[in-house]
Each structure stands twice: as structure tokens, then as C-alpha cells.
Design a protein around this ligand. Structure first.
Ligand SMILES: [Zn+2]
Length: 230
């Protein structure tokens, strides 16, 4: 239990005393691929600290067009509006990498947050990094070509799940990147021809990390440096 919690770097950054105080309120849970943790407009009933899982934050336009604006993995927390005193999610939170996480009820989180200056500091830092990520994603979607964006997305996913191999369909990726499926297919084929990735039947493997880093846009580095200042 303790080992699983420490795999989340937001929790790992807390002083031991603060972390131990949180521990009884954290329940281990397996998040399932495709599960919706909140719809946009839903009350945030629980927060999640991913350790091996990955959650995509999607903004909805006209109620049905979904575009990814943020990714939360082991570096963060799903449900961070609570840290700003907001208890409704403005985005859909969709599990796109199944795996372990720790869950805490919103009520418990609110009272722990109030009582713990170290937790407040970590959340402030994290929420700011998420603002940078969301702003950079908006700029990226407007100015960068699909191939570079796909490379960025694959690297961001790799960093969060700490694996170069993950499950992903083109349909899902088209929502993530806000492009039609054919655009995703073309971009993935181009990266595959360059031997940077391999994909088959909903599974993607990164073959060449360095090469993929060279193929991705500068947005990847901006967001990485913000989340991971060391
Ligand atoms: Zn970009």
C-alpha cells in the first residue's frame, strides 16, 4: 500500500508526516480502460492519484465533440478543481490507460487539504503545471502538424505510464488529437515508416525514443519541464 502510494510523484513529494496522515484516506483501486470518472458538469465525488494508470481530460464542444486538453498520470491528481474550491468537473475524465491508482473521497480530500500546507503547496505547483499543459495543448492543436502532435502525445503517455508500449485505437487517438481517423492513420504510418513506432490491433510500441523525441514538437519539452523541474 505504502509502496503503491509513493509511485505517485505528487504524494511522493510530500514530507513523510504529511503523507502518512493522508494514507488512511487513500484506497487502492484499479482504473479500467474506457471508464469515465466524471462527465463534464458532474460533481467531483472522489479524487484519484494514478500510479500506473493514465487519465485523459477532455473538453466537450457542442456537447459531443471531445478534444483532449490534458493528461494526468503518476505525476498528478484527477479532480484538482477541488484544490481551487470548485467541486464540479469542467471536463470529462476518461481512463485511457488502465491500472492502479489511489482514490480519496472529495470530503476527505477537502479536509486534508485544508489541514496540510505541504499538500496545498504541491497542489498549487501541480495546478499551475496543468494550466501550462492545457495552454500549450491549445497552441499545439492550432499550430503543429498531426505527426508532431502524435509524437508528443506518445511521449507524454510513455512518461506517465513508464512504458513504451500501450493500448490505443485510432478512433481514440482521433479524439485525443482532434483530427479525423484518416489523419491519425497517416501520421502513425509516417512514424512507423521512420521506424519510430510500431502499431497493430490497437497496440502501439515506441521503438526509438530518441527518434520520437526528435520528431515531436517543442510543446513536449515545455510541458515536461513544467511538471518535472528537476
Ligand atoms: Zn506542439
Amino acid at each position: 500500500m505504502a509502496a503503491a502510494a509513493i509511485q505517485n510523484s505528487l504524494l511522493a513529494a510530500l514530507p513523510r508526516k504529511s503523507y502518512l496522515r493522508l494514507l488512511p484516506g487513500l484506497a487502492p483501486i484499479e482504473l479500467v480502460f474506457g471508464e469515465v470518472l466524471y462527465e463534464a458538469g458532474d460533481a467531483i465525488r472522489d479524487v484519484y492519484f494514478p500510479s500506473q494508470s493514465l487519465v485523459s481530460l477532455l473538453t466537450l464542444v457542442e456537447g459531443h465533440l471531445a478534444l483532449e486538453v490534458g493528461l494526468v498520470g503518476r505525476e498528478g491528481m484527477v479532480g484538482f478543481p477541488l484544490a481551487l474550491g470548485v467541486d464540479v468537473s469542467p471536463v470529462r475524465a476518461l481512463v485511457q490507460g488502465g491500472g492502479a491508482a489511489l482514490k480519496m473521497s472529495a470530503a476527505r480530500f477537502r479536509s486534508e487539504f485544508k489541514a496540510s500546507p505541504p499538500l496545498q503547496r504541491e497542489l498549487q505547483r501541480y495546478v499551475h503545471a496543468m494550466m501550462v499543459q492545457i495552454a500549450q495543448t491549445a497552441g499545439c492543436n492550432r499550430f503543429h502538424v498531426v505527426e508532431a502532435r502524435l509524437a508528443r502525445w506518445l511521449l507524454m503517455t510513455r512518461d506517465r505510464v513508464r512504458s513504451g508500449q500501450f493500448r490505443m485505437t485510432h478512433e481514440f487517438l482521433s479524439h485525443m488529437l482532434g483530427v479525423r481517423r484518416v489523419g491519425v492513420t497517416e501520421a502513425a504510418s509516417a512514424l512507423q515508416r521512420r521506424k519510430l513506432i510500431e502499431y497493430s490491433r490497437g497496440s502501439i510500441s515506441i521503438l526509438d525514443d530518441r527518434g520520437l523525441e526528435a520528431a515531436c514538437c517543442s510543446c513536449y519539452r515545455v510541458v515536461k519541464d513544467m511538471h518535472d523541474p528537476a
